[in-house]
Design a binder for this molecule. Structure first.
Ligand code: 5GP
Length: 194
């Protein structure tokens, strides 16, 4: 079991068979030391992929993305979920269906910060059905950049996200991979890196 899996067992709350709450260290209160370790782990796993920029989505992707950016020495861009008054020039948008909110929304970035020939690492807090990660890949590709890979903090491997993104040809690295969860506990996919 790795450092993140241990932490999930200690502080994660299983809300249902499909939803995990980790507001003690990631989704509400943030543990900077844990984020630093997560950032270093992403940097190790993507060090050969020529990453020039990290792209994530507000708000819970930002903390792990910033620490990955620090470890890789690259800037971090986050897609906005709400239109900003100051963000209008060269706006790139993509639609995303939210698993937790069960509604469709539009995410956007300014093309000014994502150029052709960049190699983008997508980072997000959770992987469920792959909607958020797919929308981020679409934003990067619409900007003419290449997706170097997708880094996920917590993957729920019993949902279809990984399969869908792998079929699209993306490299995916998840620090914790949940095989199943219920009121009796959480099981992780075996064979993950210690
Ligand atoms: P997907 O787009 O892959 O279906 O879902 C991923 C997004 O939904 C993530 O950005 C995350 O914010 C949210 N999400 C999905 N599953 C969970 C979960 O079990 N717990 C929490 N806290 N967020 C989740």
């Amino acid at each position: 079991m790795n450092f993140l899996e241990k932490r999930i067992l200690q502080e994660g709350i299983v809300l249902s068979d499909t939803v995990l709450k980790v507001d003690a260290f990631l989704n509400h209160q943030i543990d900077p030391l844990l984020m630093k370790e997560i950032g270093a782990e992403f940097a190790e796993r993507f060090k050969e992929d020529g990453v020039t920029k990290i792209l994530t989505i507000e708000s819970s992707g930002i903390a792990p993305a910033v620490f990955a950016g620090l470890a890789l020495g690259v800037p971090v861009l986050f897609a906005r979920k709400k239109k900003s008054l100051t963000l209008h020039e060269g706006l790139l948008t993509s639609k995303v269906f939210s698993f937790t909110k069960q509604e469709e929304s539009e995410i956007s970035i300014s093309s000014k910060f994502l150029r052709r020939n960049e190699r983008v690492l997508i980072i997000d807090d959770f992987l469920a059905h792959g909607e958020a990660a797919s929308a981020l890949c679409e934003l990067a590709e619409n900007a003419g950049a290449a997706v170097a890979g997708i880094g996920i903090v917590i993957e729920k491997s019993f949902q279809q996200g990984r399969e869908k993104l792998e079929q699209e040809g993306y490299k995916i690295e998840s620090i914790a991979r949940i095989q199943s969860m219920n009121e009796n506990g959480i099981q992780f996919v075996c064979g993950e890196k210690e």
